[in-house]
Design a protein around this ligand. Structure first.
Ligand code: HEC
Ligand code: HEC
Length: 330
């Protein structure tokens, strides 16, 4: 036993509490009240046309980010609904601010089973005024039920539904809170029926429309790697993370920055990922010695990357980043 404990047990307890609160990065602030204000059933959220639990309503638009997050092989569909007559504030092109009342949904299907549909709602004027919850589908597919506590291995699949507070472990990491509906993520020819940047400009939906698309620099492998890091790592590892006075909630405290920015797309060497990671996080030409490759090549709780939302190594993602680092010039 630590000698300290024998002398003054209450001091040891205080020390332990202090240590937990400054070193435990997996705690997020509870958001029970906010998620309770959302409809209890998915059918009440306005996603689907009346009576249908598959066909989106007329004012709901589908979108697909060009660089998706790896979710252990789940397939995903995503939608947005802006209140009629509103626009997205794009003065800060990297961190769009959405009008109050905006709703975004994301549906997960794992091993052929539609497991959950997540909802984000802009609930007030401040950038942090977002509500979030996941709806877990009933086995008969007739509706889905708000599940603020999350659920492990939902509907007999290995898919874990995150709790409402864990949503902010990722979505709380950028000033926008929306991660896949952005200038860079929509700068491509989206599939038919999916919104892209050009559609948003043409429909007058952006307050400051950009002059054209944003292009990620580099050859195919470099572009795909930068996009992969942006989508899978950048919501936690970036240097514009909003201040938080709550628990650490998966906040990394280091200089790594994997998020692409519209004003740093001139060349690979200008991107935050290159500037913050080279020689420290990745060793040009030496994937095995690169911290990044070590952390993404296995799953060990609290150490492997990404820290949240995955239990299965993304073999294609690892192969891509290994190739990028192997071909990197010193
Ligand atoms: C592991 C990190 C992570 C967690 C945890 C997470 N998300 Fe996301 N979410 C993302 C990323 C990254 C995207 C964009 C990329 C994509 O969709 O593939 C996204 C996209 C979304 C979208 C589409 C709008 C957007 O931001 O692009 C919704 C809606 C959403 N998430 C809701 C939720 C809700 C609700 C929870 C909690 C129940 C949650 N998410 C938990 C990372 C996460
Ligand atoms: C949900 C948030 C989150 C995501 C997503 C995430 N990380 Fe991290 N990462 C962290 C935190 C928090 C730490 C610091 C943990 C600690 O204090 O030990 C960290 C630490 C690291 C480190 C160690 C840094 C060092 O100097 O020791 C590396 C390397 C890393 N992450 C790479 C990645 C890569 C690559 C990805 C994407 C594939 C990624 N991370 C995704 C939160 C995240």
């Amino acid at each position: 036993m630590h000698p300290f404990v024998r002398r003054a047990p209450w001091l040891a307890v205080l020390a332990a509490v202090a240590q937990v609160s400054c070193s435990d990065f997996t705690e997020c602030a509870p958001v029970d009240a906010a998620s309770a204000a959302l409809p209890e059933r998915l059918s009440g959220t306005g996603l689907f046309a009346d009576g249908s639990m598959t066909v989106p309503g007329a004012d709901v638009r589908a979108f697909t980010p060009q660089f998706p997050l790896w979710s252990d092989g789940a397939t995903k569909r995503r939608w947005i609904r802006l209140p009629a007559g509103t626009r997205i504030d794009t003065r800060d092109m990297d961190h769009w601010q959405f009008p109050e009342g905006t709703r975004l949904w994301k549906e997960f299907t794992r091993d052929g089973v539609r497991v959950e549909t997540r909802l984000l709602e802009k609930a007030g004027p401040r950038p942090e005024d977002w509500r979030a919850v996941a709806y877990v589908w009933l086995p008969d597919g007739s509706d889905a039920v708000a599940t603020p506590a999350g659920q492990r291995d939902a509907l007999g699949t290995p898919h874990d539904v995150p709790s409402a507070s864990d949503c902010f472990g990722c979505h709380g990491g950028t000033p926008s809170r929306v991660l896949g509906f952005s200038a860079i993520q929509l700068s491509y020819d989206a599939p038919a029926d999916s919104l892209d940047l050009e559609d948003l400009v043409a429909s007058g939906t952006l307050t400051e429309p950009p002059e054209g698309r944003f292009t990620v620099p580099g050859n195919d492998v470099e572009r795909a790697s930068l996009g992969y890091l942006h989508a899978n790592c950048g919501h936690c590892h970036n240097q514009q993370r909003p201040e938080s006075d709550g628990p650490r909630c998966y906040e990394p405290r280091n200089s790594l920055d994997f998020r692409l920015r519209v004003d740093r797309l001139g060349a690979l060497e200008e991107t935050p990922a290159w500037r913050s990671g080279k020689d420290d996080d990745f060793e040009p030409g030496r994937p095995d010695d690169s911290k990044m490759i070590q952390r993404i090549s296995k799953r060990e709780a609290g150490w492997s990357m990404p820290l949240l939302g995955t239990e299965k190594v993304d073999a294609d993602g690892v192969a891509l980043l290994r190739r990028w680092i192997s071909e990197m010039k010193r």
